[in-house]
Design a protein around this ligand. Sequence first.
Ligand code: E4P
Length: 218
Amino acid sequence: MKFFVDTADIAEIRELAEIGLLDGVTTNPSLILKAGRPFKEVIAEICETVDGPVSAEVTATEADAMIAEGRTLAKIADNVAIKLPLTLNGLKACRVLTGEGHMVNVTLCFSANQALLAAKAGATFISPFIGRLDDLGVDGMELIREIRVIYDNYDMLDTEILAASIRSADHVKQAALIGADVATVPPAVLKGLVKHALTDKGLEQFLADWAKTGQTIL
Ligand code: E4P
């Protein structure tokens, strides 16, 4: 499974990139607002920091304007993935922009039929939002399961399932078990994946015993 981080905070992205954990980054207008910096400048900086796809979202709602914004964003760097909303206009823009060779991440997916349409429009990534469905009392993970089955049924393997709106370590595990291609994870959740009480306890014991040997390695 590939790991993307869901943030526009360059310090957090750098920290994770240095550990070697990042395959890409997703941003959205809300994350750009939180970063409090000019959009295109932030995207350029992220693209220099991470080799993999960096999603940058258009804000137009008409197809022609989405295409124009997408082309502008794609000029920032080769690894920009243009993020388009799952609307008819978004699908139309997706077809044009992927036809030009750009990566497209179709976002705000809340149903299997929407995912089917995005794959037919040539999307590079489909982003089903798990957490926002869970918030409504609907099992978001079921959507990932349905999309996996449909894409496998029809060999729609050119479109990667990018599990989004992830809120917990269990979301990551479940998405991996189902076979999502990518998970985009908030930085705190991503770093939290390493945690286990028995790892901490075991390490403490090993270090204490090592100290008693009076030896050094270097
Ligand atoms: C994905 O690309 C979105 O930016 C993100 O996962 C949305 O997550 P949220 O529902 O926690 O805002």
